[in-house]
Design a protein around this ligand. Sequence first.
Ligand code: GLN
Length: 314
Amino acid sequence: MTPHNLQTIVDDIAAEMAQHTLRGKVADYIPPLACVSPDHFGITIIDRKGDVFSAGDADKAFSIQSISKVFALTMALGSVGDSLWARVGREPSGSGFNSIVQLEWEKGIPRNPFINAGAIVVADVLLAGYQPKEVIGEFLRFLHMVTGDNTITIDKAVAQSEQDTGFGNFALANYMRAFKNIHNPVEKALGIYFHICALSMNCQQLAMAGRYLMCGGRRGPNTQDTIISRQRTRRILALMMMCGHYDGSGEFAYRVGLPGKSGVGGGILAIVPGIASIAVWSPGLNTTGNSKLGTIALEHLVKRTGWSVFRADK
Ligand code: GLN
């Protein structure tokens, strides 16, 4: 795939997405997200050489929301290793991202780290021995390090709004605390969770952040700096494939065939192991809370590049 081809492909996809009239529904349960126009579409691909191909609104910042659960998981595995798995599972939930129903049957152990309950446990793990401010600072430093971009910030208004309206997340955290699977005060664990979700990034920054997942744990294609081990990278990608789109994960694997993680801000980070890190953004969501046009765009991209991990031509 020559750079020229990839630029043509992203330009074609952006032009095609601009024509769509059915663009999904923007998340409105977090008030600042409700103000974002569904007309946006952006895409960035970074390939294994480090070349960058962007089109549409790739430089416009959006709330990455649940995509940050991948970065929080990476940090938590780095700090407590596999002991994390005593507190959170590795199975798809088959339920919505904010569901509470399985927690009673499964004694406060969330199905996976990519649903809200699981990510709240991950936030609690990151908090062990630290103050919330320190953890949030450490999280931002991690993002600055993996992207090489110190301008990335957390949108404080979004974090505050999630704090003010996140009754469901408070219910999840309190319920898990009742099962002793939240060890710190609920407000502190949630404070971290809300700030992590409120990370503001554009497609170019997000695709940069995903490079370590493309490169087997190395920070980028042109460096030997290691963020996580090769084995852990593979495992995170497996979780993204199985759980990255909540109860739409099967459909995403069927249509796109790449490990991916979505957020209610309309972003998706998708990884082609060893080949590319891709970020797409379009704020309108489908019925499972995943970007409607983002999914269609990735489906088109994979059709044109043959990048599905399930391709049979290797
Ligand atoms: N901050 C959002 C929430 O807690 C994240 C959900 C998502 O992106 N799916 O509901």
